[in-house]
Structures are given as structure tokens and as C-alpha cells.
Design a protein around this ligand. Structure first.
Ligand SMILES: *[C@@H]1O[C@H](CO)[C@@H](O)[C@H](O)[C@H]1NC(C)=O
Ligand SMILES: *[C@@H]1O[C@H](CO)[C@@H](O)[C@H](O)[C@H]1NC(C)=O
Ligand SMILES: *[C@@H]1O[C@H](CO)[C@@H](O)[C@H](O)[C@H]1NC(C)=O
Length: 867
């Protein structure tokens, strides 16, 4: 009696306390009102483009921190993030990891907003951003991520984590799916509630090629109970679908990129010889072993009679169920059950001997023909720890296993729990044509194990090879697969050498259970275009992005087993693509910092001597950046002209020379690390700039490492690591740490030098500089040089715009300086504000080193030294 009474009292106290806590929390939550959350998903041919937008207002009368958390699939890459506070937008930038990390740390140490992505949970990782929002201010967060949905067990699955933490007036998930093969089934469900309770909030439909899902619960539908103010929405929202398979393969082509999906149905299963290599060391004992046994017993129920199997148990030593593989006859399965039930765990972990025993058993069965000729082999290894006896050096184990398997069959590694070296398991599986999977220590571990087995239980083809016409395809993703498993899909993407090709043929070859098969797909480009045009919400370059996604994913996988130069090379390739396509991958990060206001800095540098008499131009008019790309913006025409100069590394070019004011600017060209001397393909940049004014007795040398100033004989040197402003006698030099430098000579002459830093170990590129003339109005009409000659007004006319060989780059006729030139529409980049991505500037490109546009020929601008 007494004890019951006490527990009631405690309960009452606890509930009183929790109520107080709740109202306290509520007050806090309501300071920040999240009034809108939208998740918009557009899926085109398995490629998902998701945008999560949350809007909040700070209702408090003091500034408050607002957090934005999004959990997204680990297999997805973030591609964009923007933060908008009171109408001002701050974009996120995809940067190389080291750079990003430093900026992140710097931003955090300065108390600024910063976002980085962290792993979280089984399938998801978390993106978090916090920002301080002034009283009454509004903030909008927008995160975009992309992912190729992979087919498992006959369907594509998209996970959306839903966790608004408060009631949201305007909450919506909307998914539009477009599949050129036609949709065969579509479902949507929420883990936190049954669909009938959600009722009208959830709608889903599909017809033909299009599918649609909408989840739009009103405030009442969001409440966890009719009078509650907390949200019911907390968990996974899962959309699953599949496509029609009229033909086993489907090829789609857009803008010269193609993707090839292959998933034949209705083939007989290839019999398999499967060896389970199971860790029974001491650490497995208890629940882990019980769950493993439960899973193995369930797998034994599903195993087909044509399969062969064996169990290898390893702890300090190795024991086996049978000496050789045996067929899965009912009698053998019964005996296997008894064996599995009796498994006990104790001792050390000898992964090496366990695996080698299993592998040699499969090799022997094949050599002695004790398994069917058209069967295939698989090794499934499960462990919960690191090797600690026998051969325990991971790289030695990898070498032993690689040599023993010798590419003949795949190895799948399952890592149970978290006390193990997952990188080792993954790397070993990948180099043996398999993959590694984590088994999370949880009540459903047995289901995770079974789920994995089901994925590899039904091989329909072995030694699959996807072939295309020779010399017609570039940049192909992985096109050979050891197995095709029922319910999965092989995806190969690449680029056509000739975009205007009318048709091409793709073959998929493989060995089936009964015979060898070749599936041929004829692709008719005209029909393809028609089929894809039907669709209006398609994002135009989805196949190119899908290709980039797949390529990066495979490069990263390959990188896990690469060493030395090869690893550097793979890293450089993956990094290049990640930056080019704005993917946040393990090599890059999305960094969001409320930028120090570059505009303001420019203002300070440009501040006119006589107030109000002069307004600096909104855009730079003349600059040179990248592989020297010269850009001349002509504000009167709202257009730009551009040209390249290709010269040997070491050459010094005259950019500006004004005999009246005494200014000269020269730039020295550098090549890349490889010393490529082919003018067609080599990249050159400016590696050194010399800025001088003879009348002021002033000189300045800028390299990607340092900045040296000479005033008469006095010399000072600065590093790009400095943030420093130097002013004297009408001269101002402002160095913005690792970004850019603004040089002003009083009123009327301002240059900006942009620092481009590439990854130090980049196999090809070196750091280089960009040079921008922001203001030149005080220079004389006699100014000359590759940029200087354009400072005085000049005119040009463009006519007869006509299609070029590339539809996005039309040709035209330009009349300039009494020359008639053929020019091509192109674009260059202005990196003043965004050093990583630049701002696109479209321009008319003048060929042949600017011939006809520049006075004389480009060699006239070569000078002997920087000063
Ligand atoms: C917020 O406003 C209330 C009432 O106007 C005032 O009493 C309180 O001091 C204010 N709090 C802050 C932090 O300004
Ligand atoms: C990122 O999103 C913003 C806002 O929607 C958009 O203006 C910008 O173009 C996007 N950037 C990229 C690289 O897609
Ligand atoms: C790096 O990759 C490129 C492109 O695939 C290849 O041509 C080159 O040989 C590779 N270099 C090294 C050192 O592996």
C-alpha cells in the first residue's frame, strides 16, 4: 500500500514539473514562430532534386537565435543553401573542405552564422545552421540537395525527415515525379501516423509518366491531441515507387549526356554458392549473437534448393559447419538449423583466417566441379570488431583476401555495432566487387541482416557488361558489374562524342542461369526528344547532373582503395566535379557566412575626394582572370567583348600603360604543374603582376604568395594571410586575407587583384591571380595596353547572329575598329564577389588572341620584364 501511494505522489510531482517545463519551452518556442515549411521534390528519371524552405519570424522584443536543421539521406549531395534575413540573401558556397573548415572555424570564432553537415542516424545526416535574428525580423532558410534514387527490392525509396518541433501554419511536402518509362506503382506513408488518420492531408496519384504526392496537414491535423499545442509530425515520410519495365533497358539522352537504366525481369535465378563467415568472438555474445542466429534461421527458410552453402565461424580459430559446400536440400537445411541454434560465442577475432577459409572452400568447389557450372559465388562476412589475433594488420588482411578471391566473386562485409573499423571493411569489400553495410545495434538488427541478404539473394545475371559503339562515348561511369540482382538496377551514364548523332545502339551482355544473354537497346534521338519534351517541370540538365553525381560517387569509392599518385588524381577529379556541379561531397563543404560586406570595402577604397562629384561604376569594365580571359564590358551597350591570349609561361604582357599619369600594369603568365606545351589544351594564368607609377616612384609586385611594395627605396612585404590596409600620399592598398586586394590611387584609379587558391596538392593547377580595373576615369586618353586601350570610348556593332556548331553558342559578325570579325557568344566569370563560383558574364568572344579587336597583334604587347 505504502509503496503504491509513494509512486503516485512521485508521478504527480513529475507531471507537475513537466507541465511547468512545457509551458516554459512553449514560451521559448513561440518567440520564434516558424510559419512556413515546404519540402519540394522533383524527381526526373530517379534523379531527385529537393528543396527545403523554412520561414520564421522572431516575435520576441530582443534578438534571438534561430536554428534550421535538415536531415537528408547520406547518399544525397547538398547543392545549394541560401539564408535570407529581412530580404537580404546570403548564399552558401561549396568550397574545398580544408578551405571550408578554416572559414567555418573563423566564422564560428567570430560568432557568425555557419553551417556544416554532420552524420546522424542510419540513413540520414544532419545539416544545421543557426542565425541570430533581430527582434521582429524574418528569416528564410532554403536548402537544396540532390540524389540518385537507387532501386532496392523492386522499388525506389525517398526518405524525408519531418520534425517541425512546433505547429506550422503552412506545412507542405510536395513531390512531382516524372519517369519516361511510366510509373507502375506509387506510395507515400508517414512513420509517425497511419494514413487513415491523416485523411485529407495526404494525397497521392500517378498516371502515365507522372506521379504526384502532397502532404499538407492543417494546424488541427498537426496537433498531437485535439487540445495539444505540440506537433505530431516527427519521423520519416517515405515515398516509394517503381517504373514500368516494358523493355529491360531504357536509355535517355539530353544535351549530349545519356543515362542507361537496366533491370530485366522474369529471368530464372542463377544458383548461388554462399559462404557465411560469422564472427563468434566473445564480444558477439548476448543479444548480438541471438539476433544473428535469428537472422540466419530466417535466411535458411528462404534459401533456394538449387543453392549451395556453408557456415564458417571464427573467433581465435576457425570452425566450419561442413568441410565443403553442401546443397540446400531440406535435410541439409534442417541440419543447418540445428547447427545455427547451437552457435556460441567466446574468444578473440581472427578475421583473416575466417575469410581465407571461406574463400578457399569456394575456390575448391569450383575447381572440383562440386557446384553447378552456371552457378555464382558470394562471401558474406559479419563481424563486430577489429581483427586482434592471427593476421591483424588490416592492409595485410586486405592483400590476402584480394589475392585469394582474385576478382572471381564478390565479398560483402557486414559491420555489427560501432566498435569496428568500418573503413577497413568497406575498403576490403569494394576492392572485391562487393560493398559493406553497417548493422546498427538495435532491436531490429536481425531484420537489418535479413534485409541485406534479400538484396543479394537472387542473382539473375553474372559478369554483366554494358557496351556502346566504339569512339562514340566519353566519360563513361562504371559499366561492368559482377552480378545483377533481382529488384535492383544497373545505371550507366556518359557523354556522347557527337551530340547530333541520330541514333545509337547499346548492348548489355551477361551470363544467365541457362544461357548467355545480350540485351540490345536502339536509341532514336528524335523520338527521345519528343518523349522527354512532354514534361514541363523537368530540370533541363538532369542527366548531366545525374552523370556527375554517379561519377563523383564512383571516384570516391575508387579513392578508398587508391594510394599515392592515383589517390591524388582521383581526389583531384572528384574535387573538380564537386566544385563544378556544386555538390557537397566528402571533399567539399557548404559554408554559409554572412559575408564581410565587400561592397562596403569597395566603397571605402573608392571614396571620392570631392563628395558627390563621382560615382564609381556599378560593374567593372575591364578585367582579366582565369586562363587569361580578357573581358571588356561596355556599359553603353550593356554587353561585353572577351578574348584570350595564349602565350608561353614566363611571358610578360602589358596590360596598362599611361604615359601621362605614369601608370603601368604588366602581368606574367604561368602554366600548370605539368608543363603542358600544347597551345590547344594548355591552361595559362597570371602568376605575377607588376603595378607601378613612375611619377609617384611607386612599384608593387603581387604573386599568389605575397605582395611587395616599394616606395622609392623603402620596401615592405605582406602575405595573403594578412588583412591590412596601407595608406600614404593618396595611395591606399587594402589586402583582404586570402581573397583580394584593392589598390586605389586617389580619386579615379582603382584596381582589384583577386587571389585564386587551388588545393595545394592539386595535380595540375597552381594558384593564380585575376586583375580588375574598377575605376580608370583619371587615366589619360593615351592609355594603351591589352586592357588600357579600351579605357577610351569605342564602338562596336554586332549583326547577323546565326547558330554555331554548339546551339548554346551562336556566331555573329562584329564590326569593330574598322575590322569585320566572326565572333562567338560565350561567357566568362567575374570573381570579385564570389571567388569560388564567380558571376557569369556573357560576352562576344573574339578568336585568335583578340586579333582585329586589339590594336596590332598580341605579340606587340609582350614586354621584357615586370617593370
Ligand atoms: C520586452 O517588452 C516588455 C514589455 O514591452 C518589457 O517589459 C521588457 O523589458 C522587454 N524586454 C526586453 C529584453 O527588451
Ligand atoms: C541557389 O539558390 C538561390 C535561391 O533559390 C538561387 O538564386 C541560386 O541561383 C542558387 N544557386 C545555384 C548555384 O543553384
Ligand atoms: C590522372 O587521371 C587522368 C585522367 O583520367 C589520366 O589521364 C592520368 O594518367 C592520371 N594520372 C595519374 C598519375 O594517375
Amino acid at each position: 500500500m505504502a509503496s503504491a501511494h509513494w509512486s503516485c505522489l512521485i508521478l504527480a510531482l513529475l507531471s507537475g514539473l513537466s507541465q511547468q517545463l512545457e509551458s516554459f519551452l512553449e514560451e521559448k518556442v513561440h518567440d520564434i514562430e516558424v510559419y512556413s515549411t515546404k519540402i519540394s521534390c522533383k524527381v526526373t528519371s530517379r534523379f531527385a532534386h529537393n528543396v527545403v524552405t523554412t520561414k520564421a519570424v522572431n516575435q520576441a522584443n530582443a534578438s534571438k537565435e534561430v536554428s534550421f536543421d535538415v536531415e537528408l539521406p547520406k547518399t544525397a549531395f547538398i547543392t545549394n543553401f541560401t539564408l535570407t534575413i529581412d530580404g537580404v540573401t546570403y548564399p552558401g558556397n561549396v568550397k574545398e573542405k580544408e578551405v571550408a573548415k578554416k572559414q567555418y572555424e573563423k566564422a564560428v570564432s567570430q560568432g557568425k552564422t555557419a553551417g556544416l553537415v554532420k552524420a546522424s542516424g542510419r540513413k540520414l545526416e544532419k545539416f544545421t545552421v543557426s542565425v541570430n535574428v533581430a527582434a521582429g525580423s524574418k528569416v528564410t532558410f532554403e536548402l537544396t540537395y540532390e540524389e540518385l534514387l537507387k532501386r532496392h527490392k523492386g522499388k525506389y525509396e525517398m526518405y524525408l525527415k519531418v520534425q517541425p518541433k512546433q505547429l506550422v501554419k503552412d506545412f507542405e511536402i510536395e513531390a512531382d515525379i516524372f519517369e519516361p518509362q511510366g510509373i507502375s506503382m506509387l506510395n507515400a506513408e508517414a512513420s509517425f501516423i497511419t494514413n487513415d488518420v491523416l485523411g485529407s492531408a495526404l494525397t497521392k496519384s500517378f498516371s502515365g509518366k507522372k506521379g504526384h504526392v502532397s502532404f499538407k496537414p492543417n494546424l488541427d491535423q498537426q496537433r498531437s491531441c485535439p487540445v495539444c499545442t505540440d506537433s505530431l509530425l516527427d519521423g520519416d515520410f517515405i515515398i516509394t515507387y517503381d517504373v514500368n519495365r516494358v523493355s529491360p533497358a531504357n536509355v535517355q539522352v539530353v544535351n549530349g549526356y545519356f543515362v542507361h537504366f537496366f533491370a530485366p525481369e522474369g529471368l530464372p535465378m542463377v544458383p548461388k554458392n554462399v559462404v557465411f563467415v560469422i564472427d563468434v568472438s566473445g564480444s558477439m555474445s548476448g543479444r548480438k549473437l541471438q539476433q544473428t542466429k535469428d537472422a540466419l534461421l530466417k535466411i535458411l527458410e528462404d534459401i533456394k534448393e538449387t543453392d549451395y552453402l556453408n557456415f564458417i565461424l571464427f573467433s581465435g580459430g576457425v570452425t566450419t559447419w561442413k568441410d565443403n559446400l553442401v546443397q540446400a536440400t531440406p535435410e541439409n537445411i534442417e541440419e543447418a538449423r540445428t547447427f545455427v541454434r547451437g552457435i556460441e560465442a567466446a574468444g578473440m577475432t581472427n578475421i583473416n583466417d575466417g575469410l581465407l577459409r571461406g574463400i578457399s572452400m569456394l575456390n575448391k568447389a569450383r575447381e572440383e566441379n562440386t557446384v553447378p557450372e552456371r552457378s555464382t559465388s558470394i562471401v558474406i562476412m559479419l563481424t563486430d570488431g577489429d581483427a586482434n589475433t592471427g593476421e591483424s594488420n588490416p592492409s595485410k588482411i586486405q592483400e590476402n583476401v584480394r589475392n585469394a578471391i582474385n576478382g572471381k566473386f564478390p565479398l560483402y562485409n557486414l559491420g555489427f555495432g560501432k566498435y569496428l573499423n568500418h573503413n577497413f571493411l568497406e575498403s576490403m569489400a569494394l576492392e572485391n566487387n562487393g560493398f559493406a553495410r553497417r548493422i546498427y545495434e538495435d532491436s531490429d538488427a536481425n531484420l537489418q541482416l535479413q534485409g541485406f541478404y534479400e538484396e543479394v539473394a537472387y542473382p539473375l545475371l553474372t559478369d554483366v557488361e554494358v557496351e556502346y559503339p566504339q569512339n562514340a562515348i566519353l566519360d563513361l561511369t562504371k559499366n561492368t558489374y559482377q552480378h545483377f540482382y533481382d529488384g535492383s538496377e544497373i545505371v550507366v551514364a556518359g557523354r556522347l562524342v557527337d551530340e547530333d548523332m541520330n541514333n545509337f545502339k547499346a548492348d548489355v551482355k551477361g551470363h544467365g542461369a541457362i544461357n548467355d544473354l545480350t540485351f540490345t537497346e536502339e536509341v532514336d534521338m528524335k523520338e527521345m526528344e519528343k518523349a522527354l519534351q512532354e514534361q514541363d517541370y523537368i530540370f533541363g540538365n538532369y542527366i548531366e547532373r545525374l552523370w556527375a553525381y554517379l561519377t563523383i560517387e564512383q571516384l570516391l569509392d575508387k579513392r578508398k582503395n587508391a594510394r599515392g599518385d592515383e589517390k591524388e588524381n582521383l581526389t583531384a577529379q572528384a574535387l573538380d566535379l564537386s566544385l563544378k556541379y556544386h555538390f557537397v561531397t566528402p571533399l567539399t563543404s557548404m559554408v554559409v557566412t554572412k559575408p564581410e560586406d565587400f561592397e562596403n570595402q569597395m566603397d571605402i577604397a573608392d571614396k571620392p575626394g570631392e563628395a558627390g562629384s563621382y560615382h564609381p561604376p556599378a560593374a567593372p569594365s575591364y578585367y582579366v582572370d582565369g586562363d587569361p580571359h580578357f573581358i571588356i564590358q561596355v556599359p553603353e551597350k550593356d554587353d561585353a567583348i572577351c578574348f584570350n591570349i595564349d602565350e608561353e609561361p614566363g611571358t610578360v604582357l602589358r596590360l596598362i600603360q599611361d604615359p601621362v599619369t605614369g601608370f603601368t600594369v604588366n602581368g606574367q603568365i604561368i602554366g600548370d604543374k605539368k608543363g603542358n606545351s600544347n597551345p590547344e589544351t594548355r591552361k595559362t594564368y597570371f602568376g605575377k603582376l607588376g603595378i607601378a607609377n613612375a611619377q609617384m616612384d611607386f612599384r608593387m609586385e603581387v604573386t599568389p604568395e605575397s605582395i611587395t611594395l616599394w616606395n622609392g627605396a623603402a620596401q615592405s612585404t605582406f602575405s595573403w594571410m594578412d588583412t591590412v590596409t596601407v595608406t600614404q600620399d593618396g595611395l591606399s592598398v587594402m589586402i583582404n586575407r586570402k581573397k583580394n586586394m584593392v589598390v586605389s590611387f586617389g580619386d579615379g584609379v582603382t584596381f582589384v587583384v583577386v587571389l585564386h587558391q587551388v588545393w595545394k596538392k592539386h595535380p595540375v593547377h597552381l594558384d593564380f591571380l585575376g586583375f580588375y580595373v574598377v575605376d580608370s576615369h583619371r587615366m589619360s586618353a593615351q592609355t594603351h595596353g591589352l586592357l588600357g586601350q579600351f579605357f577610351h570610348p569605342f564602338d562596336f556593332k554586332v549583326s547577323d547572329i546565326r547558330p554555331g556548331s554548339d546551339p548554346t553558342k551562336p556566331h555573329a559578325t562584329m564590326v569593330v575598329k574598322n575590322h569585320r570579325l566572326t565572333v562567338t557568344r560565350g561567357s566568362q566569370k567575374d570573381y570579385r564577389k564570389d571567388i569560388n563560383n564567380g558571376m557569369k558574364v556573357t560576352c562576344w568572344f573574339v578568336h585568335n588572341n583578340g586579333q582585329g579587336l586589339i590594336d596590332g597583334v598580341h605579340r606587340d604587347y609582350i614586354v621584357s620584364s615586370l617593370f
